[in-house]
Design a protein around this ligand. Sequence first.
Ligand SMILES: *Cc1c(COP(=O)(O)O)cnc(C)c1O
Length: 397
Amino acid sequence: MTTSEHMINVERQYGANIYSPLPLVISRAKGVYAWDSGGKQYMDMMSAYSAVSHGHCHPRLVDVLKKQAETLVIPSRSYYNDKLGVFLETLSHFSGYDQIIPMNTGAEAVETALKAAHRWGYRVKKIPDNQAEIIVCTGNFHGRTTTIVGFSSDPQYRDGFGPYANGYKIVPYGDVDALEAAITENTAAFLLEPIQGEAGIFMPPQGYLRACKKICEKHHVLLIADEIQTGLGRTGKRFCCDHENVRPDGIILGKSLGGGLLPVSAFLADRHIMDVFHPGDHGSTFGGNALAAAVATEAIKVLEEEKLAENSADLGSYFLEQLRQIQHPAIADIRGKGLFIGLEIKREFNARHFCLQLMDKGLLSKETHKTVIRFAPPLIIKKEQIDEALNIISICF
Ligand SMILES: *Cc1c(COP(=O)(O)O)cnc(C)c1O
């Protein structure tokens, strides 16, 4: 048995069976490349679902991580620390929101947003006790907690995990009329992804975000954007909502906020929403720790100084244009914004089969929902590397 086969077996034996990875054991990664234990090089077009937008092991971020790890890591929020304030100020200036609640994983930041929306509904909008409703979309993916999977429209994410939390309504994604029809006096918030990543890089009709904002304003409903995957430059702008000049009432960030090194997430909103929280109402042991704060501050600086959003916009449209030149009977659709691209495979073909072929030729992707292949490389990628990827893709298609 090779070392790779051994590592795969060990992972399968001792890890519960919740993932079906491609049969590859990665042992090292740098920038846009990863290497297996045998030394074979791969270009990473997954970026760990956008967690690695800065590229693997970005030297500036690794440097900050190392220094901070030797200085102060988790002082806890029972005290102030000399890194958290800097991080919050940096993120507030970057995003234009007054205040931030730092958490760790994406799902925790979504839960934070849901709590804020509920509280705001009762305290500010004066919804009767326990009557608040939150509207979400078909095809949504907001994480894996029991509350969140309870309002998923994907049976696999929810079946067998009930009973579910009450008060969530699902409307068709992209349908503005359905949203307006679902709103009642008890609606506190509408939560959406500006592009649905896990659903298969699924894009709503042009103007949808702006129309949602208008309806939410009209009915005094908070618009909350889950930009965990689409935010921080992934779609070619700071936030995906920026494409339609929409400023949601709250934004949820995660994934690349940790610079590809640590889990760092956050819920961002203005003071009139954040004021519903008081000491003891919410918290997180690791949220806002000094190590996470130092790395995330640097991650935002790198994003701005290395112009990652601009690079995503430029190379994303080039990549999309070139991909659309590829003629193959299996391709049903190619879509995306910035370096957030989905290649949809016709049902009679098998997306995983193409992912395995791409992997064999040295390009890493992963199928979503059996039919969509994702191309979302680190945003530091260069044009020559996109051409290298296109070469491999055109061999497999
Ligand atoms: C990944 C993701 C989440 C969940 O983040 P975790 O860190 O896995 O909890 C939530 N929303 C969106 C849009 C995501 O892409």
